[in-house]
Design a protein around this ligand. Structure first.
Ligand code: ZN
Length: 135
């Protein structure tokens, strides 16, 4: 099974983000078949905390049909605690650089898209961690 489909199965089954950790120490996310740092193939799955902080963001007032009920929405680049960057939605009206966020899963997407693999996949997105909550 390819790393990409395995990632989605793990997200759906365990409801957590996983990355691949290479022998060289690089944490590879989103997962891909070989390490972008050393081109190595010997990687193992590691569970991510799902926590990170907003590195950059934009607020969109235009959306595809499946998102029109959610406008405006915030798309961010999030620096995960383990190091990798990921682009995702953050559920907040007041995004800030450095805001601490936690991954949440939206399982029922009802997406009207032709690819049934994508229709079945949950959406990972992020929400702010309230200040003072370090758990
Ligand atoms: Zn490597």
């Amino acid at each position: 099974m390819g790393a990409v489909s395995e990632f989605w199965d793990k997200l759906k089954g365990e409801k957590k983000l996983f990355a691949l950790k290479c022998r060289c120490g690089a944490v590879v996310f989103p997962p891909q078949p070989s390490c972008p740092t050393c081109n190595g193939w010997e990687m193992e799955w590691v569970e991510l905390s799902g926590r990170g902080e907003i590195y950059a963001y934009t607020v969109s007032n235009i959306a595809p049909p499946s998102f029109t009920g959610k406008l405006p929405f915030c798309v961010s680049i999030i620096k995960l605690e383990e190091g990798p960057m990921v682009m995702s939605i953050v559920e907040t009206d007041r995004p800030e650089i450095g805001m601490k966020v936690q991954m949440v899963l939206e399982e029922k997407r009802n997406l009207d898209i032709p690819d049934e693999n994508w229709r079945e996949r949950p959406l990972y997105k992020f929400k702010p961690i309230p200040a003072g909550d370090s758990a």
